[in-house]
Ligand binder design. Sequence first.
Ligand code: TTP
Ligand code: MG
Length: 352
Amino acid sequence: MPVRKIIHIDMDAFFASVEQRDNPALCGKPIAVGHAGPRGVVATASYEARRYGVHSAMAAERAKKLCPELIFIPARMQVYKHISRTIRSIFRQYTELVEPLSIDEAFLDVSHLPCATQAAQEIKALIWQRTCLTASAGVSVNKMLAKIASDYKKPDGLFVITPKNVERFVAQLPVEKFFGIGKVTAEKMHRLGIYTGADLRQKSEAELVYHFGKAGRAYFGYARGIDDRPVEPNRKHLSAGAETTFAADTDELSVLLAELAQMARQAWQRAEKINFRGKTVTLKLKFADFKQITRSQTFDRLIPSENEFFSAGKSLLERTCLHGKKVRLIGLTLSNPPQPSAGNPRQQLFDF
Ligand code: TTP
Ligand code: MG
C-alpha cells in the first residue's frame, strides 16, 4: 500500500471555548458547559477548570467540589453545530475524504496533496479566521497516529509523525495513549508488564489475541505503527458542482451552453482540487418563475475529463424541454464517487 497522508483535526475544549469566545467575561475562568443541578453532568470544561481535575462526563456536583468557583454554562447545541458545519466546509476545500468522528473532530485523507503539514497549518489558520477558535492538528501516515499526534501538542498544536519517525515514536508511547486502548485495557497491559509501544512489540500476535480477544490483533499492528483503516466519508453527500444566475433570464440555447461550459470548468476544477471523481452528472435549471428541475445521468465508469463532463451536461440540456420558459439559473454537478479503498493509487509524493 502506498504511504498515505492523514490529518486529524480536533477543536480545543470545544463547547467551553465557544462560550468563552462569546462572553469575554468568562475568558481565563474555570467554566463547565452543562447543568449544575444534582443530576447535571459536565459536557466539557475550559482548560482553566481542567487544572482542578474537572473533565467531560463528570457529575456536576463532583466538579463543583473539585473547583468551587466553577461557572456552569448551559450548552447551546445549535451554535456548536453551526461551527461544526463551518469547519467541515473548510476540510472539504482540501479533500473529499473527510470522516467526521464527532461534532468537533475529523480525519482527512490528503494523500493527493504535495505537503500534508502545510495543509494542516492552513486549515488551522482558516478555522481561526472564520470562527475565532483554535484547533489542534495531527499529521501522519494513518488514522491511529494522526489522532495521537493531534493530542500531543494540545491546545492550538500541530504535531507531525513522519514515516521515518513512526517506529521511534510508537516505541516510547505509553500504551494508554494508543487509539482504542482505554483505562481498563491499559491497566490490564500494565499487569502484563506492557507499559510502552516497545513493550507491546515484544508480544506475539497470538499472545495479544489470547489476552485481549480480537482487539489483540489491532494492538499487534498498533505496536508497529500499522493501521490500514481507510478514511471513510459519508459518501452520499459528496459532490463537486457550480451554478450561476444569469444577469437576464434567457431561453437561447447558445447562451445557456456557453454558461454551462463555464460551470463545467469551475466544477471540474473544484473536483480536481479535492481529488474527487464521480459517475453521475446532474444539470440544474431554475426558471424565471423560480421553479427548479434537475436532470441526471449516471455512467458505468468515472467521468474521465472536463470535456466529457461538459458533454454529458450538454446532452442533458439538449434533451430538456424548456416549454418556452426562460432560465434564471444553471448549474452542473459531479457526484457518485467510487467506493473507498485503503490506499490512494493517485498518490505519488512522500513529502510530509
Ligand atoms: P472532545 O473533543 O472530546 O473534547 P473538547 O473539545 O472539549 O476538549 P479537547 O481540547 O480535549 O479536545 O469533545 C468535543 C465536545 O463534545 C466537547 O466540547 C463537549 C462534547 N462532549 C460531551 O458533550 N460529552 C462528552 O463526554 C465528551 C467527551 C464531549
Ligand atoms: Mg476537541
